[in-house]
Design a protein around this ligand. Structure first.
Ligand SMILES: O=C([O-])CC(=O)C(=O)O
Ligand SMILES: [Mg+2]
Length: 230
């Protein structure tokens, strides 16, 4: 029997820990640049503390304002998992808070990302596990279902499959398909090294070749006017 919209898949094809750990300390912006600036979760979804986010997606799809399936996910997710909750972007009711998130931390989960609202924001600031959400409200959740676990979901406009690599920092979140991850990781490391060299040059006062700016403006026939705007 199939019951789409109310079903739980227990198995997740998780990439190797080694592959995931490779992304530790690489800024999300560097990773995203090497993914042609795609795969970044919408800016609505923001960190509620400054813990870095890195792990594999354990996906949850909830009915709007309802957290039954997130409670079930807390029983099933494994250490290193990031519970990624597609709460359909709705921020009317918080679907999680301090009690559930402390439980997640104690289970060794790598984080929780909610495309929806959370509550107990002050307590989440003190947590040793990252939590990201699209909003904060004191209004609590219903617990009736339905919903799904470990099916493809959408958060902040990005599709997330169970087992995808989730990386987040203060800038936001990027989602990586494990089969692309090794190549992206090498490129992102190169990008980081290049940016560090540029920053060192700026600090040391080394002049930079910015001739491309004028070249591009020239191709646009940009008007440069030696006068005030009036
Ligand atoms: O009441 C709820 O289900 C969510 C909540 O505030 C908590 O987990 O602390
Ligand atoms: Mg609470």
């Amino acid at each position: 029997m199939s019951n789409a919209g109310c079903r739980i898949f227990l198995k997740v094809n998780r990439p190797s820990r080694n592959l995931v750990e490779g992304f530790k300390g690489i800024p999300v912006a560097n990773i995203a640049d090497e993914m042609n600036r795609f795969s970044c979760v919408d800016a609505r979804i923001k960190p509620l503390n400054s813990q870095p986010l890195l792990g594999t997606a354990f996906t949850v799809k909830t009915r709007i304002s309802d957290n039954l399936l997130l409670h079930k996910a807390l029983e099933l997710a494994q250490p290193g998992d990031v519970i990624v909750v597609d709460a359909q972007g709705d921020t009317v009711n918080a679907i999680t808070g301090e009690i559930m998130m402390l439980t997640a931390e104690k289970l060794g989960l790598a984080g929780v990302v909610v495309d929806g609202a959370v509550r107990d924001a002050d307590a989440l600031k003190e947590l040793n596990m990252p939590v990201y959400a699209a909003g904060v409200t004191p209004k609590g959740p219903y617990k009736d279902g339905p919903g799904e676990i470990n099916v493809p979901v959408c958060i902040g406009g990005i599709a997330v499959n169970p087992g995808d690599i989730v990386v987040g920092d203060a800038d936001g979140i990027v989602i990586i398909n494990p089969s692309d991850a090794a190549v992206i990781l090498e490129k992102a490391k190169g990008k980081l090294a290049k940016e560090q060299e540029i920053l060192k040059g700026i600090r040391d006062g080394v002049p930079r070749d910015k001739s491309w700016v004028d070249k591009t403006l020239k191709t646009l026939n940009c008007e440069i006017i030696d006068d005030y705007y009036r």
